[in-house]
Design a protein. Structure first.
Length: 295
């Protein structure tokens, strides 16, 4: 069964070779690698062409700059694999990751594996997508890059152009078409933390898009998920003062711990509006780490 690996490329001269080499060393012969030169103004277009000359599994798309979603979509339009996965060109894959994961796919429509620097995943299969979303807290790791998808999930589904946190928009759509989903402790996706990246520097507009993506996902919400969104809402209000879009909710605290339980108690007493005001007041007098908001 063929695997398609989609790698968008833009201004990554220093990391592109490492990324491509890590994919080609996965011991998967039936594989196509699509490098999408998204109008990169440096040496990346030539580097992509050089890689295509070295390995028959590599093809290259050269296009005008359109952003990450547009680059991924261009590759999806020509992908021929039975399975699809994505790699950002400043990241890389641990050796012997893809081959074992492909053997594990079985009747799964989606298989998620671990990302460096984040909590390890358990070996669990979910036949109920809502359980995957809530019990595995998939809403906190909506990344496209640490997952292998069955190709049919993308029929009629594409990444939204011009959006930050595009993965949060598309994953619920894919899950709605999926039957069985598994998480595994095997394999590792090495994520490069870029302090100047789009998501790391997202302002009020970008964080509003993130919150809207979650609220419009159609996925179920429990108390832990709501508190996760409440943190994002506080970040949004601190930066924009725009009307709140997170609907009010009374939170049960039995499933929460630590700071989340304390915040939930305050939310139940004061309401989300007052909690946002207190959060902004605290940040006015000091510069603590921001409320955690991650995919």
């Amino acid at each position: 069964m063929k695997l398609t690996v989609i790698i968008p490329v833009y201004r990554v001269e220093a990391t592109l070779d490492r990324c491509v080499e890590s994919v080609l060393r996965q011991h998967v012969n039936d594989m196509e690698v699509i490098l999408v030169d998204d109008g990169s103004p440096d040496l990346c277009p030539q580097m992509c062409d050089d890689w295509a000359k070295k390995d028959r599994r590599i093809s290259v798309i050269h296009k005008e700059n359109g952003g990450l979603s547009d680059a991924r979509n261009a590759a999806l339009d020509i992908a021929t694999g039975d399975y699809i996965t994505f790699v950002d060109s400043d990241d890389w894959i641990s050796p012997d990751t893809y081959a074992p994961l492909l053997e594990m796919m079985g009747d799964n429509d989606l298989l998620e594996y671990a990302v460096s620097g984040r909590s390890p995943l358990k070996d669990v299969c979910y036949e109920n997508i809502n359980e995957y979303w809530l019990q595995a807290q998939a809403y906190t790791h909506c990344f496209a890059c640490n997952k292998i998808f069955r190709r049919h999930l993308f029929d009629g589904v594409r990444f939204p152009k011009g959006r930050i946190f595009e993965d949060v928009y598309i994953l619920p759509q894919l899950l709605c078409k999926a039957g069985k989903v598994c998480t595994t402790s095997r394999g590792l996706y090495h994520y490069t933390d870029n302090s100047q990246g789009i998501t790391a520097t997202a302002g009020g507009k970008g964080l509003t898009q993130l919150l809207e993506a979650h609220l419009h996902s159609g996925m179920p919400m429990d108390d832990r998920y709501y508190m996760y969104l409440a943190n994002i809402q506080m970040d949004v209000w601190e930066r924009t003062n725009a009307p709140l879009i997170l609907p009010p909710r009374h939170i049960g605290t039995s499933t929460l711990d630590g700071k989340q339980k304390i915040k939930a108690i305050l939310l139940n007493i004061l309401g989300i509006n007052t909690l946002c005001r207190i959060n902004k007041l605290i940040h006015t007098f000091k510069k603590p780490s921001r409320w955690q908001h991650s995919l």
